[in-house]
Design a protein around this ligand. Structure first.
Ligand code: ADP
Length: 264
């Protein structure tokens, strides 16, 4: 069902080569179609779970089985925020896939940027019992979109905090790397097995499905951070040691020369 027709490949003549090219195209189309189906299924799942939680709570309240007390209200709010988060992230990825991610370039002081991200995550880190440290050379400058950069680094910090046990440390560090600026987000958390490491950049991929859901991730944080890095002409990579922690490194061209800023 749904498999494309195959041409018979005969020898190395022109017809044979055409048949081989046709078969390669058909296979590629099938792979893309499989990917698309899996993606739609994942999206449906990601949206259904918080929605059915909200519905369950509301039905229980309606039946008088749950009081609409502050605890119920904040559970509902948390699920609604998660829904919003997944939808916003999907929107960002759709825009990036269409090649329409807008970057509004301006001079960015990297030390300021790290301080802003740290401030935004200070509360969450404290609640988790995790120490947040920043370290940056005050003279590091980028030409970049500060909102998009904060979003990318913020996704890395929020992951690092969520995967680090109490008493651990998350360090944000900026350094010069060849002609680039590198921003490292290093944690003393669970770490990621070598086989899993490339997969963490896949959409909706999680090492531990149910636990990550509870802690509020959309499963899209890393794919988005990578797209944002690429939109700046940069890259996102990771190294990790299980039981010791992980480092996610965002590399950006120091002068923003690798891409054009779009106005409007
Ligand atoms: P989310 O965090 O919303 O699940 P991400 O795309 O941000 O989605 O991350 C994908 C997965 O990669 C996470 O579910 C987790 O399994 C793993 N991961 C990401 N960052 C870290 C980290 N700092 N330490 C350990 N595992 C991580």
């Amino acid at each position: 069902e749904g498999r494309a027709a195959r041409a018979e490949v005969r020898g190395k003549d022109e017809i044979g080569r055409l048949a081989a090219a046709f078969n390669a195209m058909a296979e590629r189309r099938e792979r893309l179609e499989e990917l698309r189906k899996a993606m739609v299924g994942d999206v449906a799942h990601e949206l259904r779970t918080p929605l059915s939680n909200i519905r369950g709570w509301l039905e229980a309240a309606q039946d008088g089985l749950a009081d609409p007390d502050p605890e119920l209200v904040s559970s509902l709010l948390e699920e609604a925020l998660l829904l919003q988060h997944v939808i916003d992230d999907l929107q960002d990825l759709a825009v990036a896939d269409a090649g329409e991610l807008r970057v509004h370039a301006e001079p960015v002081d990297v030390a300021d940027l790290l301080a802003q991200v740290a401030t935004a995550h200070r509360g969450g880190a404290e609640t988790a019992g995790v120490t947040l440290l920043t370290q940056a050379d005050g003279r590091l400058q980028l030409v970049a979109d500060p909102v998009r950069l904060r979003q990318a680094v913020g996704n890395l910090v929020s992951n690092a905090v969520r995967h680090t046990p109490p008493g651990g440390t998350v360090r944000l560090q900026a350094r010069r790397a060849d002609g680039d600026v590198a921003i490292d987000v290093t944690d003393t958390g669970s770490g990621i097995a070598p086989a899993d490491l490339p997969l963490v950049f896949e959409r909706f991929w999680r090492v531990e499905k149910s636990r990550s859901r509870r802690s509020g991730g959309s499963g899209l944080g890393l794919p988005i951070a990578r797209k944002l890095a690429e939109a700046h002409g940069g890259s996102l990579s990771a190294t990790s040691v299980v039981g010791e922690g992980s480092t996610f490194t965002l590399r950006l061209p120091a002068h923003g020369h690798a891409w054009e800023s779009s106005e409007a």
